[in-house]
Design a protein around this ligand. Structure first.
Ligand code: SF4
Length: 703
C-alpha cells in the first residue's frame, strides 16, 4: 500500500491483465500512478496479484510509441537484432496522423481494389475494450468485406468454445469461480491458477480450507497441490484416456444421475456404449494413472452433492483440445453437475477481455454473440443494423491466415494490439508470412516484434488511458476508466479504428465508447438489461441479466440449455496421440505457457519495472533428475531443439516438473518459445498444440 494522502486523485478501473477481472483503484499524483489498490469487486474482494498491484508503469516506459511511424524506404521488414524499440527512427520516420492514416488505409483499400475483399485480414485484440473489439470486427466485415477477422482466442480457448457450443449451445462459463465455495468437490485440470489466475486461486484456497475437496489432474505439479485432497499426475497428452476411464467408472458403477440425464440431455446411450471398453485397467497404460486412483477421483466427482470443473490451456491447446473439453462436459452432464449453485463448467479465460472480445465478434465464423455468419437470418439482421451487405463465407482463423499469406491469397493486414510474431506457433513460418505481406498496419503501444514487419505503426492507448467495458471469465461486464492522459500524439484505439473506417468510405461518427456500447446492445442479446449508466453505477453486471433492476445470473442453465431441443448433448471421443509424439531423436516433451510475473508475449509486463526485475530473463523449468541427467546446474545455459528451431536459455530446477518434460514461458523475445512449437491444429477449434512438441535438450556448448 502506498500513501493515499499523497494522491491528488483516484480513478476506479479494472486490472489490464488476466481474465479474473480484478477491480482496482489507481492513486494518481501529477498524472502519474503512485500505487494501485484492490477494490471490492465480485471477482477479487479487494485482492490483487503481483501483476495487478505492481505492473502499472508500462504505459510510461521510454520505448512507448507516441508518434505515428512510417517505414523508411529500403529498410527490410523483419526482426533486426540491432533494432532498438526505444529508438525506432533508425527504421521508421515520424508522420502526422493524417499522413499515417492515409498511407495505412490506402494500402489496404488498393489491395482490396486489385485483389478483392478476401485479400485483406485483421487481428483484433483481447487486451482492448468490448467497444474496440466490436468496431474492429465491424470494420473487417463491412469495410474490408470479408470475415477474415480473428484474435488470440484462437490460441487460447477456441477448442473449449467449440465443444461448449456443440454440447451445451453456449461458449461461456456456466458458473462463476466464486461458486467454488459452494462446491463439495472441485476438479482443476490443465490449469495452474496460482500462476495464471492468481486471485481466482485464492477463492480455491479458501474453498479448500472450508472443506471443498480439490482434485488436481495435471501432468505437472503446482502450488495448489498443497490445498488439494488429491493431486493426480497423468501422462502429457493423455487427457482423453483419463477422462474416458472416469466416465467408464461412473457408468459401470451406476454413479450417473439418471433423472438429470433423462430430463436435460441426449445421446447418453451412445456415450455408454462408447466408453464400455475404456476401463481404468485399459486406459491406465495410456494415461499413466493407477486404475484405483482413476476410480477414486471418478467416485469423488460423481457422488459429490455439488461439483465443478475448471480447466485451462492444458486442456485446450492440443490437437485433441476439443475432445478434451467434450469429455469434461460429458462428465458434468452424466453426473448432473451443472445448473445449481456449486456446480458447473468453467474454462478459465486468459486475457482480461478474451471473453468480451469473443462475445463482440472477433471470430471469423460467427458474428457477435456467436451467431453463425453462414445463417442467412443472422446476416440479414446485421445487414439491417449496419446497412451493408455481408459476406456469407466464414473467414479464416489465425494460423490459417498465416498459411493464406504464404499461399499469396492474403496480401494486406491490420493488426491491433496483438503480437503474432511472438504468439503464433512455428514462429519462423509466421514471421516469414508477416514479411511477405504487401501492406501491414500495426496499432500498438510499442514497436513489438510484429510491428517490426509493419509499413505503418499507429500509436494506441494503454488500458489505464481509456474508457471502455470489459468482460471477465465469470461473464461479469465491468468498466475500465481513463486514469492517465495519453502520451504525445497517441490516440484511443476506437478513434483510430474509426479513422481507418472513414477512409474505407464508412460514415462512422462515434463520439465516445458509450455510443458504441449502445449499438452493441442492438446486435447482442447477451447485453440485454445492461446499460453504460448501469455499469457506471453498479461497477459490475453479470450477463445474462433478466431485468434492469435484477442481478445477472451467476449460475446458468438450471432449466434448459440454449440448444434447439433445450437439451445438452454428449459427444463421445477416442484417445488420440499427440501430433508429434516423442521419439529417439526428440525424446522430451516441450510444453509452453505463462509465468506469474509475465503476461502473454511480455509486451507490457517486460516493460513494467517491478515485474521485469522479478523475472528478468528467459528460463526453462526441468525436474531435478532431468537437469542431473544433462550434467547441468540451475542457472546453466540449456539449448532446446525441435524440428522447427532451437533456442538457448537458462535452466531452472522445478520439482513440480515430471521427468521427460521441459516448460518454457513464451514471453521472452530473446529466446522465443514459439520458434519451437508445433503448428498442427485441432480440427474443430483450429487451436495449435502448444502443450506438446517433441524436443531434444542439450547443454548449450554441446548443441
Ligand atoms: Fe490482474 Fe488477474 Fe492478477 Fe487480478 S489476478 S490482479 S486480474 S492479473
Amino acid at each position: 500500500h502506498g500513501d493515499s494522502a499523497a494522491a491528488d486523485r483516484r480513478v476506479d478501473s479494472v486490472c489490464p491483465y488476466c481474465g479474473v477481472g480484478c477491480q482496482l483503484t489507481y492513486h494518481i499524483k501529477d498524472d502519474e500512478i503512485l500505487f494501485v489498490e484492490g477494490r471490492d469487486g465480485p471477482s477479487n474482494a479487494n485482492r490483487l496479484c503481483v501483476k495487478g498491484r505492481f505492473g502499472y508503469d508500462y504505459p510510461r516506459h521510454p520505448s512507448r510509441l507516441t508518434t505515428p511511424l512510417i517505414r523508411k524506404p529500403r529498410i527490410a521488414k523483419g526482426i533486426d537484432p540491432a533494432f532498438d524499440p526505444a529508438n525506432p527512427l533508425t527504421h521508421f520516420r515520424e508522420a502526422s496522423w493524417d499522413e499515417a492514416l492515409d498511407v495505412a488505409a490506402r494500402g489496404l483499400v488498393d489491395l482490396k481494389a486489385a485483389h478483392g475483399p478476401a485479400a485483406l485480414a485483421g487481428f483484433g485484440s483481447a487486451k482492448c475494450s468490448n467497444e474496440e473489439a466490436w468496431l474492429f470486427q465491424k470494420l473487417v466485415r463491412t469495410g474490408f468485406g470479408s470475415n477474415h477477422v480473428d484474435h488470440c482466442t484462437r490460441l487460447c480457448h477456441a477448442s473449449s468454445v467449440a465443444a461448449l457450443m456443440e454440447c451445451i449451445g453456449s461458449g461461456a462459463v456456466t458458473a462463476s469461480f466464486m461458486q467454488a465455495s459452494e462446491a463439495d468437490v472441485v476438479i482443476l485440470t490443465g490449469c495452474n491458477p496460482a500462476v495464471n489466475h492468481p486471485v481466482a486461486a485464492t477463492f480455491f484456497k479458501q474453498a479448500a480450507k472450508r472443506g471443498t475437496k480439490i482434485l488436481i489432474l495435471d501432468p505437472r505439479g503446482q502450488a495448489l497441490d498443497a490445498y488439494a485432497h488429491r493431486s493426480v499426475r497423468f501422462s502429457p497428452g493423455a487427457d482423453v484416456a483419463l477422462f474416458n476411464a472416469m466416465l467408464n467408472v461412473i457408468i459401470t458403477e451406476g454413479l450417473y444421475d439418471e433423472a438429470y440425464i433423462a430430463q436435460h440431455t441426449e445421446g447418453f446411450e451412445a456415450l455408454e456404449a462408447h466408453v464400455v471398453d475404456m476401463t481404468p485397467e485399459a486406459m491406465s497404460g495410456l494415461c499413466g494413472v493407477e486404475p484405483e486412483t482413476i476410480r477414486e477421483v471418478a467416485r469423488l466427482y460423481a457422488t459429490a452433492e455439488r461439483a465443478m470443473i475448471f480447466w485451462g490451456m492444458g486442456i485446450s491447446q492440443h490437437t485433441h483440445g476439443t475432445d478434451n473439453a467434450r469429455c469434461l462436459i460429458s462428465l458434468a452432464l452424466a453426473c448432473g453437475q451443472t445448473g445449481r449453485p456449486g456446480t458447473g463448467l468453467h474454462p478459465l479465460r486468459g486475457q482480461n477481455n478474451v471473453q468480451g472480445a469473443s462475445d463482440a465478434g472477433l471470430i471469423p465464423m460467427v458474428m457477435p454473440d456467436y451467431q453463425p455468419v453462414s445463417d442467412a437470418q443472422v446476416r440479414a439482421a446485421f445487414e439491417e443494423l449496419w446497412n451493408t451487405p455481408l459476406d456469407p463465407e466464414p473467414g479464416l482463423t489465425v494460423v490459417e491466415i498465416m498459411d493464406a499469406i504464404h499461399a499469396g491469397t492474403i496480401k494486406g493486414m491490420y493488426i491491433q494490439g496483438e503480437n503474432p510474431a511472438m504468439s503464433d506457433p512455428d514462429l519462423e513460418h509466421a514471421r516469414q508470412a508477416l514479411g511477405e505481406l504487401e501492406h501491414l498496419v500495426v496499432q500498438d503501444l510499442f514497436v513489438t516484434e510484429t510491428a517490426q514487419f509493419a509499413d505503418v505503426i499507429l500509436p494506441a492507448s494503454a488500458w489505464p488511458e481509456k474508457d471502455g467495458s470489459v468482460t471477465n471469465t465469470n461473464r461479469q461486464v465491468q468498466l475500465g476508466r481513463a486514469a492517465l492522459p495519453l502520451p504525445g500524439q497517441a490516440k484511443p484505439d476506437w478513434w483510430i479504428i474509426q479513422e481507418i473506417a472513414k477512409r474505407f468510405g464508412l460514415g462512422w461518427d462515434y463520439q465516445h465508447p458509450r455510443d458504441v456500447f449502445a449499438e452493441m446492445k442492438r446486435g447482442m442479446p447477451s447485453l440485454d438489461h445492461i446499460s453504460w449508466e448501469r455499469l457506471e453505477r453498479e461497477q459490475s453486471v453479470t450477463y445474462p441479466c433478466p431485468a434492469e433492476d435484477a442481478p445477472g445470473a451467476d449460475v446458468v442453465f438450471s432449466d434448459a440449455f440454449p440448444t434447439a431441443s433445450g437439451r445438452a448433448k454428449f459427444s463421445p471421443t477416442r484417445p488420440l496421440p499427440p501430433d508429434e509424439p516423442v521419439d529417439d531423436a526428440f525424446p522430451t516433451v516441450l510444453t509452453t505457457g505463462r509465468q506469474l510475473e509475465h503476461w502473454h508475449t511480455g509486451s507490457m509486463t517486460r516493460r513494467a519495472t517491478v515485474l521485469d526485475d522479478l523475472e528478468p530473463e528467459a528460463v526453462a523449468s526441468l525436474a531435478p533428475g532431468e537437469l542431473a541427467r544433462l550434467g547441468l546446474a540451475p542457472g546453466d545455459a540449456l539449448t532446446i531443439t525441435t524440428r522447427r528451431g532451437a533456442i538457448t536459455l537458462r535452466a531452472r530446477i522445478d520439482p513440480a516438473m515430471p521427468e521427460g518434460m521441459v516448460f518454457v514461458p513464451f514471453c521472452y523475445g530473446e529466446a522465443a518459445a514459439n520458434l519451437l512449437t508445433n503448428p498442427a491444429l485441432d480440427p474443430y477449434g483450429k487451436i495449435p498444440e502448444f502443450k506438446y512438441a517433441a524436443c531434444r535438450l542439450s547443454p548449450a556448448d554441446a548443441a
